[in-house]
Design a protein around this ligand. Structure first.
Ligand code: ZN
Length: 347
């Protein structure tokens, strides 16, 4: 399906753009050019994440449930081309192929805490939204299917990962895109691969450099609206003993595998915080979500995780919890929660 892709423009053309016009509308038919665009010559570990649609093996599986997940880390930039070819090869085996959109300090995991401290690009999964035409023009776009795009904004100089993640959330909120992909640890589809979500239809994943020059972070800061303030005291369908925040910040401390359709709220497939306890280290079968008008929940199918719910999950990603509770709206209650959280996590 993608065999013609390998004979696209040579890597050299893509990877060594000269300033200005030579990169205008440059097609991206392989991953290397995008790697170079977002990582430049930074050093770290590039992560590849590949999997097969579960229903290729078991027709009863729900659409976009992933099976046989393989994650690998590659020293960047020394093995970038090898990683790129691996993603293309995996795609040709009818496997979904993604890459970590920033580098990691150490090989072996894509936890947010393992992110390199500075990044050079912002990103957005538009999902069903659309980035406003009036906004800063992306420097690169990747078409992940006929109707879906991922957008990248190369920056003129490196920025702190925390700032980048916040900006990504603001971009996602503005575009009505997928806020869950804003965090460190996100993976997105690489150009030169294929999307099998709608199999037997296969969408080739291709991208382009738009010709826009890198953006000053200060300009992005001014151009992109602040996040809307969370509404105070929403009416909840059920008692909910937790901070008044949405799910997005929690997703930064886990590996998010994908957005799962859910008629009553938001739901994500994630790698379980207790994945090491699963038989064979199985990375599937774990979900977190946010019920519309209700609370946050966690569920893992694995036997060792029976009885673990939202409070256990929240404690497992406790570094994030402490940061969130400081932002909540009722200071007296916050203090209690913060102290209790700290006490419990010291056990
Ligand atoms: Zn589990």
């Amino acid at each position: 399906m993608t065999s013609e892709e390998a004979s696209g423009p040579s890597d050299r053309e893509v990877r060594q753009p000269q300033k200005g016009t030579s990169i205008v509308y440059q097609q991206l038919t392989r991953p290397e050019g995008l790697f170079r665009h977002v990582f430049v010559e930074d050093e770290g570990f590039l992560v590849t994440f590949t999997a097969q649609q579960g229903r290729f093996r078991d027709p009863g599986t729900r659409p976009n449930e992933l099976a046989d997940i393989r994650q690998r880390s590659w020293p960047y930039p020394s093995r970038a081309e090898e990683a790129a070819q691996y993603l293309i090869d995996e795609a040709q085996l009818e496997r979904e192929s993604y890459f970590g959109v920033h580098l990691f300090r150490e090989a072996g995991n894509r936890r947010a805490a393992n992110t390199v401290p500075t990044l050079r690009a912002l990103w957005l999964d538009e999902d069903e939204g659309h980035f406003p035409e009036t906004g800063p023009e992306p420097t690169a776009t990747v078409r992940s299917s006929a109707g879906r795009r991922h957008l990248y904004w190369r920056l003129s100089h490196p920025v702190a990962v925390e700032w980048a993640v916040t900006m990504n959330r603001r971009l996602a909120a503005w575009a009505g895109g997928d806020v869950g992909k804003a965090g460190a640890a996100s993976v997105l589809r690489a150009p030169g691969t294929a999307n099998y979500k709608r199999h037997p239809r296969v969408d080739l994943v291709v991208g382009e450099f738009t010709g826009a020059l890198p953006w000053e972070p200060e300009i992005m800061e001014q151009a992109v609206p602040e996040l809307p303030q969370p509404k105070s005291s929403p009416i909840r369908a059920e008692p909910y003993d937790g901070p008044d925040v949405d799910l997005a910040p929690y997703l930064e401390n886990v590996e998010v595998l994908g957005n799962v359709p859910d008629s009553v709220g938001t739901k994500y497939a994630i790698v379980c915080p207790w994945v090491n306890e699963h038989s064979g280290g199985d990375r599937s079968g774990t979900r977190v979500g946010h019920r519309a008008g209700g609370g946050l929940w966690f569920h893992c199918d694995h036997e060792h995780c029976q009885g673990r719910g939202w409070s256990e999950f929240r404690l497992a990603v406790r570094g994030q919890v402490i940061r969130i509770t400081r932002r909540a709206s009722r200071p007296d209650k916050v203090k209690t929660k913060l102290e209790r959280t700290v006490n419990i996590t010291r056990e």
